[in-house]
Design a protein around this ligand. Structure first.
Ligand SMILES: [Zn+2]
Length: 161
């Protein structure tokens, strides 16, 4: 239990119950994803994790359904990294983490929950946060705090973008 954040981008809890098809394709039409989209750019978007590993756990996702980094165009790669940097800025300005984990799981064997559609995780960290994370993992519900934080982050993205 105490090692829950050892691999902070493990995906078993990330999207909750399994849904048909790819949850990242046409996210605007997906209930449970749509509400958590924080920012959209031309080729990619930022979405808040409904079942976060930590407060403010975000994912940066390309619009196209691609599994491998090398399939991305250079414009897509640039845009993904720009959104990672923007997300980092927004998190630093709003919830002020003491650290940030960035990670990708490419392929099922690497732990990808949505193996067909690559995405980058950003997990804000605080000193000592491993102590309370196991409690959060067991809740499996979208908490009021998650919804409040989502609103706050959306506003911050609007301001920063
Ligand atoms: Zn997809």
């Amino acid at each position: 239990m105490t090692d829950m954040l050892y691999a902070p981008w493990r995906e078993e809890f990330i999207l909750g119950p399994k849904e048909e098809g790819c949850i990242f394709c046409q996210p605007g039409k997906r209930k449970g994803v749509r509400e958590f989209i924080l920012h959209k750019s031309r080729r990619a978007f930022v979405v808040m994790n409904r079942y976060p590993y930590n407060s403010g756990h975000l994912m940066v996702v390309p619009n196209r359904h691609l599994a491998q980094l090398e399939e991305l165009s250079s414009a897509e790669r640039n845009e993904l990294m720009s959104l990672v940097a923007l997300s980092s800025r927004v998190l630093n300005e709003t919830i002020k983490p003491e650290g940030l984990n960035l990670g990708m799981n490419l392929g099922r064997a690497a732990g990808a929950g949505i193996a067909g559609h690559l995405h980058i995780h950003l997990v804000p960290r605080w000193v000592g946060d491993t102590n309370f994370m196991p409690v959060l993992f067991d809740t499996r519900v979208v908490s009021v705090d998650t919804i409040k934080l989502c609103r706050k982050l959306k506003a911050a993205f609007r301001k920063s973008a």
